[in-house]
Design a protein around this ligand. Structure first.
Ligand code: F6R
Length: 241
């Protein structure tokens, strides 16, 4: 594991944007794995700026998102498809046919999961997977449990995740109870993994996940076994280390 200490959220975002920009330079047709949530917003703003200034080029890149709620229309403001379009895809020169997000409205969840895994494999696998970490140690929507779920699958969201995500919905009752997520295996198959984390409220889980044992109780802890894993945390998130 490579640990990069950032001074604050802005610095974390800059350092992560630098890594993604370098990947796009080295391999313009790279396959990026992307995340939603609050943490990557600063990084996405930087990438948009860099793209507008001609410093990065997404025209040959492909992007796979980690996860999507089940049952939300793609146009729904809380869907991850909407989030990605609003915060990144509509503002950079990536081609729409190169964007992949699980279809939250798919009628057959099992077929949707297989289709998604096959699409990743069909593009040659993910070169760089961007991740955030949930307060309970989840990555994607791989929630704490008895075993690591390997491939893309449908999950029942934990109460703590529903609580955490209710800030994006008018009412807790509106938060979907299920979501599609890449599995821990899908994430670990990425050639590089990059996790960004900010804020003191994540300091405890950062210590458990990356400086404690590897266990499905803390899904992110599996990243300790990844051969090319970079953790970028700001001072607050790394304050217990
Ligand atoms: C989002 C995702 C989640 C988030 C995590 C942290 O696509 O996969 O695992 O990365 O919940 O969310 P924030 O960044 O909002 O704290």
């Amino acid at each position: 594991m490579r640990l990069i200490r950032a001074a604050d959220y802005t610095d974390m975002s800059m350092k992560a944007a630098g890594i993604i920009a370098a990947m796009l330079t080295i391999k313009p047709g790279c396959v990026l794995g992307l995340a939603t949530g609050e943490t990557p917003l600063g990084l996405y703003r930087r990438l948009v700026d860099s793209c507008n200034h001609g410093e990065v080029d997404f025209s040959q890149a492909k992007a796979f998102n980690l996860d999507e709620y089940r049952g939300l229309e793609p146009g729904a403001e809380q869907s991850y498809r909407f989030f990605m379009w609003k915060n990144l895809f509509s503002k950079i020169n990536i081609r729409t046919e190169n964007l992949y997000i699980p279809d939250g409205m798919a009628g057959d969840p099992e077929a949707e999961c297989s289709r998604y895994e096959a699409a990743i494999a069909g593009c040659g696998g993910i070169d760089l997977q961007l991740l955030g970490i949930g307060n309970n140690g989840h990555i994607g929507f791989n929630e704490p449990g008895d075993s690591f779920a390997v491939d893309t699958h449908l999950v029942d969201l934990s109460e703590s995740t529903i609580d955490a995500n209710s800030r994006f919905f008018g009412d807790r009752e509106e938060v979907p109870k299920q979501a599609y997520t890449m599995g821990v295996g899908s994430i670990m198959r990425a050639r590089k993994a990059l996790l960004i984390v900010s804020g003191r409220q994540k300091a405890g889980i950062v210590r458990r996940a990356f400086f404690g044992g590897v266990s499905p109780d803390v899904p992110a802890s599996i990243l300790q076994l990844h051969s090319d894993f970079t953790l970028i945390g700001d001072e607050a998130a790394l304050s217990f280390i």
